[in-house]
Design a binder for this molecule. Structure first.
Ligand code: GDP
Length: 207
């Protein structure tokens, strides 16, 4: 499958270091521990791909991966820094906010954002900040949004439905109902939502 072609492209600690490629870029964002690395690794079927982002000193980096045929990549997956660790100092938080705000508002290659949210907790304050950063471009249709409620295997059917409804309500506070926004239950453990996620990304990259 297309997503399985992913290969490491570049790591950047600052936005101006990101390559100005001509491909559609799809960003993965989420709170630390939401299951982002596991989701990327499951999606790409590469067990350690996204764990490069977790090596010390790299946790605040943006890591790009190419997708598509080796000599003819047709999309870029961007793994953005996880956020929300209580221990992080104030200056680091402010820097994170600035990087995320600018990336989401200004990265011209950006075509889609996958926001990973722990299904048990729902969107946190920082997730909502992110939604606020990207909402204007989602509103115009320039950027698509998919909210993946992760670790769905930990919820009963009833809890999962409740989590979906609660997340839908929060997301609805930031984007108009006509915007192209998806919401799905996801589990890397039992592969819930995996096909939908892969199809969505493919569709974003090949409109
Ligand atoms: P990240 O910080 O967002 O990259 O999160 P990780 O991918 O490192 O996952 C954080 C923790 O959640 C790890 O202990 C994972 O094993 C666990 N985890 C990730 N995805 C799932 C899932 O689908 N189901 C369950 N039950 N645990 C998961």
């Amino acid at each position: 499958a297309w997503a399985h072609t992913a290969r490491f492209l570049v790591t950047a600690s600052q936005l101006h270091q990101l390559p100005q490629h001509a491909l559609p870029e799809i960003a993965f964002v989420g709170r630390s521990n939401a299951g982002k690395s596991t989701a990327i690794n499951t999606l790409t079927q590469q067990r350690r791909l996204a764990f490069a982002s977790k090596t010390p000193g790299r946790t605040q980096h943006i890591n790009l991966f190419e997708l598509g045929p080796r000599q003819a990549a047709d999309a870029v997956l961007a793994d953005l820094p996880g956020y929300g660790y209580a221990a992080v100092e104030r200056t680091a938080k402010l820097r994170w906010q600035e990087v995320m705000a600018r990336y989401l508002a200004e990265r011209s290659q950006l075509r889609g954002v996958v926001l990973l949210v722990d299904a048990r907790h729902g969107p946190t304050e920082l997730d909502q900040q992110l939604l606020r950063f990207v909402a204007p471009r989602v509103g115009t249709g320039e950027v698509r949004l998919l909210v993946a409620l992760t670790k769905a295997d930990k919820l009963s059917r009833h809890e999962a439905q409740r989590s979906l409804r609660a997340a839908e309500q929060v997301v609805g506070e930031f984007v108009t109902e006509h915007a192209d926004v998806g919401l799905l239950l996801f589990s890397s453990l039992n592969r819930t939502g995996l096909d939908d996620l892969a199809l969505t990304l493919h569709h974003w990259a090949h409109p």
